[in-house]
Design a protein around this ligand. Structure first.
Ligand SMILES: Cc1cc2nc3c(=O)[nH]c(=O)nc-3n(C[C@H](O)[C@H](O)[C@H](O)COP(=O)(O)O)c2cc1C
Length: 178
């Protein structure tokens, strides 16, 4: 056994990496890559997303208390690195990563074309978690592309998952006890 002095959280990876979209009060949009999210309750449907207090995304979420989770596919990995390494304070990442958006149905944050799944969220509680805020949020809408998500389960091997650092892995063929 080794004692981990840092990166303890990577014991909980891989995690699906998604594009977290947000909108400010003035209608400005932003997108960042994010892996730290978890379902928090099935009934009522809730998730928690953890975002650094320093990120521009946090500034926008605190303004409108809304955001959207966009789950990208394998062909969008380049966008994951662009949206995860630059700040929307100085760059239009939608433009830079060639991401096209469309209107969400229940939140002001935009949705990203070509993604395999979407969760629209409204923040109900902002928890000071240290370097991050943990946004406990109601799921107000969720949708998936059935080419990738069938009978309530991811089926394809092209959903990127973040292992840590620059490492992305993919679902491989699954085994079942049924
Ligand atoms: C694969 C990947 C996963 C990331 N996950 C998170 C995360 O869970 N929480 C977080 O605060 N930042 C995370 N980041 C870092 C942000 O995406 C990055 O700092 C971004 O530039 C913030 O953008 P913003 O200032 O426009 O909001 C991740 C980056 C990558 C590449």
């Amino acid at each position: 056994m080794i004692t981990l002095k840092e990166n303890f959280y990577r014991l909980l990876h891989p995690k699906i990496v998604f594009l977290l979209t947000s909108a400010g009060k003035d209608g400005k949009h932003n997108v960042m890559s994010c892996a730290w999210a978890t379902p928090a309750s099935e009934e009522p449907p809730k998730v928690i997303v953890c975002v650094s207090k320093e990120h521009y995304t946090t500034e926008l979420i605190l303004q409108t208390e809304e955001f959207a989770i966009n789950i990208p596919t394998k062909d969008m990995v380049k966008a994951i690195w662009i949206c995860g390494s630059k700040s929307g304070r100085s760059v239009d990442k939608f433009k830079e990563a060639k991401l096209k958006t469309f209107k969400a149905s229940k939140v002001s944050a935009p949705l990203i074309e070509g993604c395999a799944g979407f969760i629209e969220c409204k923040v109900t509680k902002t928890i000071d978690a240290g370097e991050c805020y943990a946004f406990l949020s109601d799921v107000v809408e969720s949708k998936a592309d059935e080419r990738y998500f069938k009978k309530g389960i991811w089926i394809a091997d092209n959903i990127p998952m973040h292992l840590g650092g620059r490492k992305i892995v993919y679902f491989s063929s699954s085994s079942s006890h049924e």
